[in-house]
Design a protein around this ligand. Structure first.
Ligand SMILES: C[S@@+](CC[C@H](N)C(=O)[O-])C[C@H]1O[C@@H](n2cnc3c(N)ncnc32)[C@H](O)[C@@H]1O
Length: 235
């Protein structure tokens, strides 16, 4: 029986795909890729393009709008899920590609819930990927944790009091999805005296990788969605 693969394609460099991811992407007849809006290209697809053979593989791009509030988005997840299920029921393996790792804040997780609830007979194989967190830490030269250090990973959009407490409690804090709330987070880091021990990393593991230590220079700027902040107290 055909199956669904959820393939983590890493942060951007095709060389950071696992060998397993590459093998599956070369062999499946159908690849499903997420894009943010109808006119957008898929970042995940651009990473794996060197491994695809368009003459024998079909690529389906589906819209996954990026919103903090998921309300009203069910129809998008359901459309993508049903497209993939219909391919599998016709006997074709489908690989859904997702940036970084599929089990970490990934678009795939919405689909995973639908598959498990409504199509429990279908086999889903998840292929882990190199997360943007790993690539960003290397780009910034900031080891994430050593010895008994504690690390927290959370969306920067988290409620302010909880964010403050997390910043106080952990040795290393990684703030994902920081682009839209950067100014607010920066003000909090300044207040806690942590603004000097951070790295802002965008497009880690790609040709456009950017690492900024002087956070003040980013205030008021439009920032890339593919960016995160590493706060490291003990470095
Ligand atoms: C929906 S989450 C996907 C995370 C992904 N599954 C992972 O394992 O890296 C999107 C967020 O991941 C981070 N991100 C993804 N790719 C990135 C990259 N190449 N460089 C920096 N941050 C990235 C950003 O914080 C972005 O807002």
């Amino acid at each position: 029986m055909a199956r669904i693969y959820a393939v983590g394609v890493g942060p951007g460099d095709p060389e950071l795909l696992t060998r397993k991811a590459e093998r599956i992407l070369r062999q499946v007849p159908v690849i499903c890729a997420p894009a943010a809006t109808a006119g957008d290209s898929s970042h995940a697809l651009s990473i794996v393009e060197p491994f695809l053979d368009r003459s024998r593989q079909e690529v389906l791009v589906r819209i996954f709008p990026m919103k903090k509030d998921q309300e009203g988005l069910d129809e998008f997840w359901e459309d993508a899920a049903e497209t993939m299920i219909s391919q599998v029921r016709q006997g074709r393996d489908v690989a859904f590609i997702t940036i970084g790792d599929p089990f970490l804040y990934s678009t795939f997780l919405y689909l995973y819930r639908i598959f498990r609830e409504r199509h429990p007979d279908i086999t889903i194989e998840v292929v882990p990927g190199v997360s943007s967190i790993n690539a960003a830490a290397v780009a910034a030269g900031m080891p994430l944790a050593a010895a008994s250090e504690r690390i927290a990973v959370l969306p920067a959009t988290f409620e302010e009091e909880k964010l403050r407490q997390t910043l106080l409690d952990f040795d290393t804090v990684v703030l994902m999805k920081v682009n839209r709330v950067f100014d607010r987070v920066y003000a909090l880091l300044k207040e806690l005296g942590l603004d000097g021990s951070c790295a802002f990393v965008s497009r880690a593991g790609t040709n456009e990788e950017r690492v900024v230590f002087d956070l003040d220079s980013l205030v008021g700027k439009k920032l890339d969605y593919l960016s995160l902040l590493i706060v490291k107290k003990s470095s």
